[in-house]
Design a protein around this ligand. Structure first.
Ligand code: ADP
Ligand code: MG
Length: 475
């Protein structure tokens, strides 16, 4: 059956009115395919790229199921990895549930639990929570779980990346086993597959678009930029152009994000036209920044992957990857910020020699080669400082070793021959990263060309572990 209208799902009038008010005329493909299954009480695994309407895909059947305010204990639980997402989903519940009397509550960390506890005690029908805060409040005895009949895991891939598996397991232990499970994700990698095997029961998997196909809707371009300072010059050049109306600049780390922000706010744009968000920013600062950016009052948002994940902002004109994400799927999420809902967007990536390795892995995931352009002549190319050069060479060695553990390191050989002072040699050595537990030995791969673990699984795994290590306890 072809579903071309929301009426065909036989949703109740309250929901249909809200949908009409939001201006949705036709269900998106993921909604068309998953809503009937969820309404039929199946466990569903929904995979579709960012910006395709996954939120309403699980919310509509869920709101249909819990219908109206009843009792005091929650009957539905939605888990999402970050505060921003929890707030965004909670907002969607407000919108879609506008004509119902359902009581819903967002639970997230970064602020005291007092208000959340007070609201819980008044009775709620639906919780939207980060796993950490949910468990905290459960342990305080503030959440009654016995009536939870539906559990949703949104952004399941990010949950895995962020190391939430242990928390999710604890939650599964304290909620009723007889329940419906819905899992939504933009990508479907090994970890999401394992998660779904662990907690879904005979799920029906719906994969709407081939993974990562967002890539095709966005004009992508790569610039080889030799070093940090030149990347900054290139940024300066780009964001001063008129077309760069609403720009998100992505950075791998909080430190880099801060540096970019400081530079641009000092030299390039008026300081009220730029904001930065990352995990160390206070709750309110992050929300304010997002709102100002959404409203168009802010031209530039500098963000780390974690902070920006899943955020829905219409019509971002440009995404700039100041550096490449180590979790390769994040590249797709990043560029998915632009080119949404039939707008073609532009994604610009800066690339040092140490990032060549990652771009190859990413190109394998998106199944295309990103076109390269020469740096505009207006951009001043700064010579790479010695330390930065060394750091990049070490990184390249490490990358090769990842693919071939027997590789000893061209850097060492070169270093012994060419490097100026023994002091720098010592320094380089002391900083050498620990590369135990990388790829299994694969003989004959000393060419330096990354060997074929498909989909960049190797790099992903390593960085994922690193990230989960430092983030596992965050809430
Ligand atoms: P995802 O979770 O897949 O990244 P979202 O659920 O955040 O995507 O939806 C992206 C945007 O599309 C939101 O602004 C949402 O309001 C809008 N949207 C969702 N469903 C529809 C629809 N059927 N028609 C039009 N817009 C929709
Ligand atoms: Mg989403």
């Amino acid at each position: 059956m072809d579903i071309t209208s929301f009426e065909q799902f036989e949703l109740n009038r309250q929901l249909l009115n809200a949908i009409a008010e939001l201006g949705y005329t036709e269900p998106t493909p993921i909604q068309q395919k998953t809503i009937p299954l969820s309404l039929g009480n199946h466990d569903v695994l929904g995979i579709a790229q960012t910006g395709t309407g996954k939120t309403a895909a699980y919310l509509l059947p869920l709101l249909m199921k819990i219908k109206y305010a009843q009792g005091s204990a929650p009957r539905g639980l939605i888990l999402a990895p970050t505060r921003e997402l929890v707030l965004q989903i909670n907002e969607a519940v407000s919108e879609l549930g506008k004509y119902t009397d359902l009581r819903h509550l967002a639970l997230y960390g970064g602020l005291g639990p007092k208000t959340q506890i007070e609201t819980l005690r008044k009775g709620v029908d639906l919780l939207v929570a980060t796993p950490g805060r949910f468990m905290d409040l459960y342990r305080l005895g503030e959440i009654v779980t016995k009536d939870i009949r539906t559990m949703v895991l949104d952004e399941a891939d990010k949950m895995m990346d962020m190391g939430f598996m242990p928390q999710i397991r604890s939650i599964l232990e304290v909620i009723p086993t007889k329940r419906q499970n819905l899992l939504f994700s933009a990508t479907f990698g090994g970890r999401v597959e394992r998660l779904s095997a662990e907690f879904l029961e005979a799920p029906i998997k719906v994969e709407v678009t081939p993974q990562a196909s967002t890539a095709e809707m966005v004009n992508q371009v790569l610039y080889e930029v030799p070093n940090f300072r030149t990347k900054i010059n290139m940024l300066d050049y780009l964001v001063s152009k008129d077309a760069f109306q609403r720009v998100i600049i992505f950075a791998r780390t909080k430190g880099t994000a801060e540096n970019i922000y400081k530079f641009l706010a000092r030299k390039v744009v008026e300081s009220d036209k730029i904001r930065v968000i990352h995990a160390n920013k206070g709750q309110n600062t992050r929300i304010n920044a997002m709102d100002a950016f959404k409203e168009g009052n802010v031209q530039i948002l500098v963000a780390t992957d974690v902070a920006a994940r899943g955020i829905d902002v219409a019509q971002v004109s440009h995404v700039i990857n100041f550096d490449l994400p180590l979790i390769y799927e994040d590249y797709v999420h990043r560029i998915g910020r632009t080119g949404r809902a039939n707008h073609t967007g532009e994604a610009i990536t800066f690339l040092t020699m140490a990032e060549e390795y990652h771009v190859q892995k990413i190109e394998r995931i998106i199944r295309m080669t990103i076109p390269r352009k020469p740096l505009p002549p207006e951009v001043e190319v700064v010579e790479t400082p010695f330390d930065e050069q060394q750091a990049m060479l070490r990184e390249i060695d490490e990358q090769r070793r990842k693919d071939d553990p027997t590789f000893l390191g061209a850097f060492h050989e070169k270093k012994a021959k060419n490097l100026p002072s023994p002091k720098s040699r010592l320094k380089a050595k002391s900083k050498l990263p620990n590369t135990k537990k990388t790829a299994p030995s694969s003989p004959g791969t000393r060419s330096g060309i990354p060997t074929g673990r498909p989909g960049g699984a190797a790099g992903q795994k390593g960085s994922g572990q690193k990230r989960s290590g430092s983030r596992g306890g965050r809430r």
